[in-house]
Write a protein that binds this ligand. Sequence first.
Ligand SMILES: [Zn+2]
Length: 191
Amino acid sequence: MFDILVSKDLSEMSEEELDSSFIVHEDGVKNFLGRIPLGCIYATFLAGLYIEMEKIVGRAAKGLILNASKNRGKIAGNAIRRRYEKKFGKMDEEKARMIAKNMITIWGKCFGWGKIKCECGDSFRVIVKDSLEAIGFIKLKEKPSHPVCWMLLGYTWGLLEGLFAKKFRGEEIKCQATGDDACEFVFQTVE
Ligand SMILES: [Zn+2]
């Protein structure tokens, strides 16, 4: 499973193909890569959680979710890079970019985090239609004044830092929850 993740571009694979390639169903538990347990949650639960957190800690809610997500994403990115390098040698930037795109494809098509597209140029741009976080706010008929996809922002940001072993700057510049057509995230390396 790991070899498929790191050996080819998966963006054209269907949901079914990705699911059968990466998720093992065992005794009612879904395990990603055969060992990382997954579960579905309600989009409205996630949005509700952020709304409740903001009531208690105010604007610090974003920092809490963003930092936790970024740290976890970085752990995942580092783990993939270490596992890759142990088996195949040094990971170059082209490979790191492909694996990042593959992980994002899996989040979209297997995990239900949204319909996600990546554009890799000078910056790493991620465009998401119906992001799990934004759609939760929309379903709750809440229209926040600021972008709210903190988990996806943080997790992608951390994943990139772990895979590239570099510092990035990241921002959600458009968010469907605030009325934009889709969410858009931009990540750039920090010199
Ligand atoms: Zn968003």
